[in-house]
Design a protein around this ligand. Sequence first.
Ligand SMILES: *Cc1c(COP(=O)(O)O)cnc(C)c1O
Length: 407
Amino acid sequence: MATDLRTDLTTASVIELDDAWGAHNYHPLPVVISSGEGAWVTDVEGRRYLDFLSGYSALNFGHRHPDLIRAAHEQLDRLTLTSRAFHNDRYGAFCRDLAALTGTDTVLTMNTGAEAVESAIKVARKWAYEVKGVAFDAAEIIVAAGNFHGRTTTIVSFSDDPAAHDNYGPFTPGFVTVPYGDAQAVRDAIGPNTAAVLMEPIQGEAGVVVPPAGFWADVRATCTENDVLMIADEIQSGLARTGTLFALDHEGVRADLYTLGKALGGGIIPVSAVVGRGDVLGVLKPGQHGSTFGGYPVAAAVGHAVVDLLATGEFQARSTELGAHLHARLGELVGHGVAAVRGRGLWAGVDIDPMYRTGREVSMALRDQGVLCKETHERTLRMAPPLVISRDEIDRAVDALAAALQA
Ligand SMILES: *Cc1c(COP(=O)(O)O)cnc(C)c1O
């Protein structure tokens, strides 16, 4: 049984298996997790760690939040998959409440984040040809330098990270890259064939990069003036991570389409969606787009429970309050091994002073102190604890970071 305690496993034996049989497309920290609860995980040898990554924000509600686990169990015991060839009794109510939560008209369900982004790209192109009147096959989408939107061939076509992009060509055309946070560059890049601007409200993989104040209001105005769709990829920044439902909410700006993923599946199953304007998503007619598992009953049940948690506002409030504490504490380390700290709410990009150590070395030293965190690029740590974390646990992690930097 899967619940048996596997006392024969050691960190070394599991890593040996991974290396022998799994493709080497990741470089994980050498820690083997076997259980988790709330903000904590336990490894195969019984050591406990504070999770300061949260599955790249897929675990915003912590490991195994009881409401989400209950929703999953109840659904597993009743019905798992119908395909969209038939209706099921979970899908519609999930879409209704996700639309209500996000203040949008229509929900298009998918599974992974990359699929949500692909779906938004397809919808924007179709809208450009059928509604805006862009010349056939000429639609352009404006994206930002330093972006991360997933790993499909179309999406990596407009990545400027050589590791994500190189040797996957021939690439999908139709993307125009501008510097992130430069509203004038967005305006200059818009032409008669521009269908959409697709960007992360705060860039996650790039190191929690927050654009200048006013950037999004400016982009919104430019998009409206030019009949261009504004698409916010909130897969990592959204769903309470920054203290508001969407990171864009801090700017008082609404997108035409939002892509959601990661936390939408509660860290249990992959659930993603494009939500937004009904007239835009309305370009999709039967048979023109789909997914076998998109919005399947288990996804709808877990996603619906996530929507219910977010509707309370509790997690947004926790992120705001505890995020202020996290940033105050991290600010104390600037000049003491930390070069700069960015971010919002319980989300921080911590640049390690190059005079000290690499991000990997600091991640390893943090692991030794019972805190799991991962570098993004060479010198930046991304801190994204579950939003159920306590103030004391944050202090503990920041103290561990201070010690790790000095070690
Ligand atoms: C993680 C992420 C994606 C891709 O999600 P997957 O589920 O890994 O395909 C897309 N956009 C952003 C902003 C992300 O952080």
